[in-house]
Design a protein around this ligand. Sequence first.
Ligand code: PNS
Length: 170
Amino acid sequence: MCSTAVYPGSFDPITNGHIDLLERALKIFDNVIVAVATNPSKESLFSTEERLEMIKDSLAHHPLKNRVKVDLFQGLLVDYVQSIPAKAIIRGLRAISDFEYEFQMALMNRKLSADIETAFIMTGMRWIYISSRIIKEVVRSGGDVSGLVPDIVEKKLTERLAGLSKNSLC
Ligand code: PNS
């Protein structure tokens, strides 16, 4: 029987750290669903559809792409995981600072659905200091993020954030 895990997140936007984590998850699970959260209360730079498209484009030539599905979900993560059905949620850990939030979320998800386990995977050392938030901050200030995000994401970030700064001058 195939094992399937769900890798949820905001992915605003996907980074090379996320892709590293996905590759590590594929060493454990046969298939991984990258699930982009649709959360109207959380402000994001890219729409859910744009985030989904960027993930698909970033993985288009990936050797493991046939074992990955990219999807959107709304509402409770555990409901989505059950609807697949999958048994595990993948989350990445970079530093101790991630732990408190991740611990809280994993235990809440366990309370909501005792059958679903959260598997934490340590990100590769190369990506330990990057996050979508810090990538956006750097691009917004004109910094170079090449090699930290897929090329397509770098292009979209530059277009979007250059557009924002142009607008702010009007
Ligand atoms: O990349 P992020 O922003 O850290 O991902 C957080 C995400 C989307 C995984 C989390 O907010 C989530 O699961 N949202 C869905 C709503 C839900 O199920 N909440 C209860 C668990 S805390």
